[in-house]
Design a protein around this ligand. Structure first.
Ligand SMILES: Cc1cc2nc3c(=O)[nH]c(=O)nc-3n(C[C@H](O)[C@H](O)[C@H](O)COP(=O)(O)OP(=O)(O)OC[C@H]3O[C@@H](n4cnc5c(N)ncnc54)[C@H](O)[C@@H]3O)c2cc1C
Length: 498
């Protein structure tokens, strides 16, 4: 520990961000209490067993496993002893309305064969795009990820000059960045849809988001053997071994403070836990709104860090197998601009959504009874907007629209084959995880609202309050929130050393 005084840290929330922070801080000798409102750890990385089906309720794709590996290695452990991962091939199968398909593969020969279906020059264009994507990824990893840069000014200081920032392709949107290289509209739509990893729009987000394809092709696309929840279980085991005191069913209702410092947290059951440092995995805006009073000015200041989209998440158990599906599938909208405009500008449900469909039994048949499989469907939809409320009937109508579209695009009689169903709307997502307006990835990446930045990890209100998770830099998604837990350790150690 940096100073001689023992420090007691309370972490609010045991999502991946909170687990990672708790592990990273406990391994530095801090005493850590990890308080989770739900009955198990993992946050949005959640699981439900129902009628013989095992539904992964949250993430289905693991990328950048090295970020998780680092958590284990830093405490002298081997991740493989806790979590078993395997690559998925093909990465994605893409379905278009004209009946054609395109597989994305980690095998360059297969990839070339697929791209040749779109025209003889497409593979060359794609290679150039991927080199651009790698450059964006390299420069981002070097500063924003490695040093936890938290604002435009920190970025400027790190990279030296505005000119070097141009390497981030700052004047273009993601879509414009893709179109610099790719002529075929189907491939444009596919590469634009990598924005799914952060729940934003390719037309509004900065071109920097074109690092996402390299993250997938360069670091691989992974599944966790036995189901995605295995990562939460592996991290929980590691946290317990390091002495983290994990309490579930332990909701924090207040961060108490005096003299500009957090002093304790109060739980829903009335207990008060004193703290030298508080780390919140509850998102920034909900934490200021619900755990502290009088933060209206700060909430207004951070409003530009608006919520990402939400999702209509349909977990279906079906009594048939659809052989045309891969593990990860995308069914494209013929009207992508209208689709993204509906979600991010009009806050209404898209008439013709692009649909992400996961069929995990393709890699792991044990998730469903024999002869059955899981079809998980996730169209992105707007976060909750009190000015434009959507009703249960609206969500039900969208469910029907989505199922009809999938049937039209080849999943014959899908509705007739459903034998088990678990559906989540943004209302459920907000209620379960207290996310900001039901967002599923934290803060939206929008070049006009926030240049793609998220909130800073250090609170501007209390000196010893820090944040982790999707609402702070470096952002949402499993690897990023896990990285935020490691970066907060570095920030706390640096602040204590001052
Ligand atoms: C349907 C869906 C699909 C997704 N797909 C992918 C994917 O394929 N790949 C990917 O990388 N990411 C995916 N994501 C995103 C990913 O799940 C999240 O970015 C990540 O898990 C969020 O972690 P977090 O730590 O920021 O927050 P959370 O997981 O939300 O954790 C916050 C925790 O804090 C707890 N909490 C909040 N307030 C309090 C309080 N006051 N007291 C106590 N506890 C509190 C909550 O209960 C929760 O457990 C998906 C998300 C969803 C919902």
């Amino acid at each position: 520990m940096t100073n001689n005084k023992p420090q007691h840290i309370v972490v609010i929330g045991a999502g991946l961000g909170g687990l990672s922070a708790a592990i990273s801080l406990a391994s530095e000798g801090f005493t850590v209490d990890l308080l989770e409102k739900n009955d198990k750890v993992g946050g949005k990385l959640n699981v439900l067993a129902k009628d013989g089906f095992t539904f992964d309720l949250g993430p289905s794709i693991l990328t950048m496993p090295h970020i998780f590996r680092k958590l284990f290695e830093r405490v002298g452990k081997n991740m493989a002893d806790y979590v078993s991962i395997e690559t998925v091939e093909p990465h994605w199968r893409n379905f278009f309305e004209d009946g054609s398909t395109l597989d994305l593969s980690s095998d360059p020969a297969v990839m070339k064969q697929e791209l040749d279906k779109l025209g003889s020059d497409t593979a060359r264009q794609f290679d150039e795009f991927l080199a651009y994507s790698k450059r964006l990824c390299d420069i981002t990893e070097d500063g924003y990820f490695a040093h936890g840069l938290d604002s435009f000014w920190e970025l400027l200081k790190h990279y030296g000059s505005v000119k070097s920032l141009q390497e981030f392709d700052v004047f273009r949107s993601m879509d414009q960045g893709v179109k610099r290289f790719i002529k075929n509209q189907k491939l444009v739509d596919v590469l634009n849809y990598f924005i799914k990893y952060v729940g934003s729009s390719p037309y509004d987000s900065p071109a920097l988001m074109n690092l996402l394809p390299y993250i997938q092709f360069g670091y691989g696309l992974w599944y966790i053997k036995g189901g995605m929840y295995g990562m939460a279980q592996g991290l929980q085991k590691l946290a317990l071994e390091l002495g983290v005191n994990i309490q579930v069913n332990a909701e924090v209702v207040e961060i108490q403070h005096e003299g500009g410092r957090a002093s304790a947290v109060r739980l829903a059951d009335g207990r008060v836990l004193a703290a030298d440092i508080v780390v919140s995995n509850m998102e920034v805006i909900p934490a200021y709104k619900n755990l502290m009073q009088g933060q209206e000015a700060e909430i207004r200041r951070v409003e530009k860090f608006a919520p990402s989209c939400s999702g209509l998440v349909l977990h279906l158990g079906v009594d048939t197998i659809y052989p045309q599906l891969a593990h990860h599938n995308f069914f494209y909208s013929d009207h992508p601009r209208e689709h993204f405009k509906a979600i991010f500008h009009d806050h209404r449900l898209s008439e013709d959504p692009t649909i992400y469909l996961v069929a995990p039994c393709k890699s792991d048949p044990s998730q469903a009874p024999s002869g059955c499989e899981i079809i998980k469907i996730l169209p992105h939809i707007p976060h909750l907007d009190p000015d434009k409320p959507l009703s249960a009937d609206d969500y039900a109508a969208m469910r029907e629209r989505v199922l009809i579209k999938l049937e039209r695009m080849g999943l014959t009689d899908l509705r007739k084959h459903i034998v088990c169903e678990e559906s989540w709307t943004p209302v459920d997502i907000q209620a379960k995880y207290y996310s900001n307006q039901g967002s599923i990835y934290g803060v939206v990446a929008d070049r006009f609202k926030n240049l793609g930045f998220k909130n800073a990890q250090r609170s501007k209100v209390l000196k010893n309050l820090y944040f982790v998770g999707g609402s702070v830099n470096p952002g949402g998604g499993m690897p990023m929130v896990t990285l935020s837990g490691q970066l907060v350790r570095d920030k706390i150690l640096a602040d204590l050393a001052k």
